[in-house]
Ligand binder design. Structure first.
Ligand code: DQQ
Length: 552
């Protein structure tokens, strides 16, 4: 670890320098994983002249920088190469659809194809002169400033391609505009969008994919079966900077998607991550039969600090994503390849965390670690009653700090803690019961918080607290937490991955060997740690300049 760069990560994806945002066009091709990303070669802040950065990997853990796949170069993208996706055609060849900012500053959709498909690294891409393939015009009523981020395309029963592009109307109706094509190059806008929701504003980076209703295997994007799958529509809402998803049914005849439950306007749509996380995108890994999710984790520091450190933005650790047995939520889990980085392991079994206690986890590199813990709470009747007005979990987490001393919790982990506890980030649970005396089957509510308010002595960072409910029943299930700690990122998975919270933190003291890890229970009742495993994680090779042909 470079002492002058305490916030660079050991195993989270980042370029050697400069600004990075959205993950673009992830895929596996000829056994090589590819990740493209929105990259500003000119500095550590976003710039319209953004290009497609490119890296490759054999294991999704260690990455080699490739030259940018393409830069603004033709009238249809001369003002920027914005986000997009890869589709693998039936002949095995990958094609990129991406948004270009054209010579009139209008958003249009373009195509790029590999120059040499026998190169598994796909180092060179070309843009056919027929670009753009899709344009917003007065006839189709699309605003040229709100027409972007094509998804991976899929094949319909009639053998035609479909793709959606994010948009919104002037009165804030968010839309997934549908286009169809027989040959992938000539696209026609369908009369109806695949889906829309009023008052949601601009939909950025939509993602639309099938999930199996049984098991955790992924499903290829064009696959369809009447009874075996559901579909997921994810959108990144520009107005809130969060990624929301719905689970629903895709009617292939009518080409419409109907979510099982309402969408965001009633506040019900779940989020992929309740922390810092945006513009995510999945791809199907046909080698390991899984669907993998990437998401951009922005900084929480002022731009001047990003300019000073010379870089901005991380990608979350890649996550496997699938449908929970209940069919009501998605589950996410760090891809198994993370285990190749595991070093020293510490284990606890059946450790009682007494009321008010803090126990240090000794023996792992606490600034770069993987921690899995499961808690069992016995005296559930001691849970505090949740007030009906407490509908906003982030608000509950923000109001109660660790001194709340409720019945059950806060209990959890304190990570990136300095030696004298001047700094720490706490990831914890609180358990409430619902106030219904007439109902003998008491219902419990599990709250998960990631509290950054004490994470750094530097007051200039955004240290907002994050929170979400976890869909588990603590009377039957253990309360589990997995947290990936990596210098300036804390990625937490609650309830087996049903609730994820990612945060960015910038400790001044809890750096390197001066970072510590604790389990704690500040509630008034004791809590059992059924098991805790913590691993030191080795650093991955991530875009190491000495090993890559990176070209500025
Ligand atoms: N970032 C890209 C856009 C996208 C936005 C530009 C989402 O294509 O809508 O860098 O972060």
């Amino acid at each position: 670890q470079d002492l002058n760069q305490p916030y660079r990560t050991g195993y989270h994806f980042q370029p050697p320098r400069n600004w990075m945002n959205d993950p673009n066009g992830p895929m596996i091709y000829k056994g090589i994983y590819h990740l493209f990303y929105q990259y500003n070669p000119y500095g550590a802040v976003w710039d319209v002249r953004i290009v497609w950065g490119h890296s490759t990997s054999v294991d999704l853990v260690n990455w080699i920088s490739q030259p940018p796949a393409f830069n603004p170069s033709q009238p249809s993208d001369i003002n920027g190469c914005w986000s997009g996706s890869v589709t693998i055609l039936p002949n095995g060849k990958p094609v990129i659809l991406y948004t270009g900012i054209d010579q009139n500053k209008s958003q249009v959709q373009n195509v790029a194809v590999p120059v040499n498909v026998s190169d598994p690294y796909l180092r060179e891409w070309s843009k056919p002169p027929r670009n753009p393939l899709m344009t917003p015009n007065a006839v189709n009523g699309i605003n040229p400033d709100r027409f972007r981020d094509p998804t991976t395309a899929w094949l319909g029963p009639d053998g035609e391609w479909r793709v959606i592009v994010g948009s919104s109307t002037d009165d804030r109706r968010g839309l997934a505009i549908l286009y169809k094509s027989k040959d992938f190059f000539n696209w026609t806008q369908s009369t109806n969008p695949l889906h829309y929701e009023d008052l949601t504003g601009m939909w950025e980076c939509p993602d639309f994919f099938p999930v199996s209703i049984t098991g955790s295997d992924g499903v290829e994007t064009s696959s369809f079966s009447e009874n075996g799958i559901k579909h997921v529509l994810k959108v990144s809402l520009f107005e809130t900077s969060h990624d929301y998803y719905t689970i629903g049914s895709y009617n292939r005849e009518k080409d419409v998607y109907v979510p099982d439950l309402g969408f965001v306007q009633n506040g019900s749509a779940p989020r992929l991550d309740y922390g810092k996380y945006y513009a995510s995108k999945t791809f199907y890994d046909d080698v390991k039969k899984r669907r993998i999710l990437w998401g951009w984790v922005n900084e929480s520091s002022p731009a001047k600090d990003d300019i000073n450190k010379g870089w901005s933005g991380l990608q979350s650790f890649p996550r496997k994503i699938w449908l929970d047995e209940s069919g009501k939520q998605l589950l996410q889990w760090p891809i198994e390849e993370i285990e190749t980085l595991r070093g020293t392991q510490v284990n606890w079994h059946n450790q009682v965390l007494k009321a008010g206690s803090t126990l240090q986890v000794h023996g792992v590199t606490a600034a770069q670690a993987d921690v899995e813990v499961s808690f069992k709470v016995k005296e559930l009747e001691k849970a505090d009653v949740i007030e009906p007005s407490w509908a906003d979990p982030q608000k509950i987490c923000s109001e109660g700090d660790l001194s709340v001393n409720s019945g059950l919790g806060p209990f959890g982990l304190m990570v990136l803690a300095s030696n004298d506890m001047e700094e720490y980030t706490s990831v914890y649970f609180r358990i409430f019961k619902s106030n219904d005396d007439t109902n003998k089957n008491t219902k419990y509510v599990v709250l998960m918080c990631s509290d950054q308010s004490r994470s750094s002595l530097n007051e200039e960072n955004d240290k907002s607290t994050f929170g979400a409910f976890v869909a588990i029943d603590p009377s039957h299930q253990t309360v589990s937490l997995r947290t990936l700690i990596d210098h300036s990122i804390v990625e937490s998975y609650g309830g087996g991955g049903g609730t994820c919270i990612t945060s960015r933190v910038y400790p001044k003291l809890a750096i390197g060997e001066n970072a510590n890890l604790f389990a704690f229970n500040k509630g008034t009742q004791s809590v059992d740690v059924l098991s805790l495993s913590a691993w030191s994680l080795k650093s991955a090779q991530i875009n190491d300049e000495s090993m890559s042909p990176f070209i500025e």
